[in-house]
Design a protein around this ligand. Sequence first.
Ligand code: F6R
Length: 235
Amino acid sequence: MNIIQAQNYDQLSKIGAAVIAGQILAKPDSILGLATGSTPEGTYKELVSLHRQNVLDFGKVSSFNLDEYYGIKRSDPQSYYAFMYRHLFSHVNIPGENIRLPNGEAQDADAECKAYEKLIAASGGIDLQLLGIGANGHIGFNEPGDVFPAVTHHVSLSESTIIANSRFYSSREEVPRSALTMGIGTIMAAKRILLLVSGAAKKSIMEQALYGPVTPNVPASVLQFHRDVTVVYDF
Ligand code: F6R
């Protein structure tokens, strides 16, 4: 693993954007795996800035997002679809047809997960997957449990994730209870992985993930088995 300590969030965001920019410059038709959450917001801002400075062309880039709440409309400002347009897609020239997120409006969640997994495989696979880590060690919405879920699936969110995500809602009751997420196998199949970890509150879980035993109780610990992981943290 390539582990980089940034001095602060601003530098973490610039390094994160530099890694993604390098990927796009080396392979303009890169397939990116993208994440939502507070951590990558600064990275997306930096990517938008590089695009505006004429450094980065997203014209041939494709993307697959890690996850989406289930039972939420794409037009809902809390949807990950809306988040991605707000922070990145509306500000760069990535073609709309190249953008994919699991559809949280699908009637049949399991069929949607199967179709999403197939689409990723048919694309030739993700070149660079961006990840954050949950306070409980989750990546995507792969929550701590007894097994590493292999493929894209419909998952009930753990109480700790619902509490963490309630910061975006006026009450905990409004937070969606389930989500569609890439599986651990889907994530591990990415050619490269970039994990961003921000804030001292994540120090202990990051150390467990990177240096502790590999266990589904700390889903991010599986990254120890991936051959090309860059971790950037800011504490
Ligand atoms: C987001 C995702 C989650 C977040 C994680 C950290 O698409 O899949 O795993 O990366 O919950 O979230 P933040 O960055 O808000 O601390």
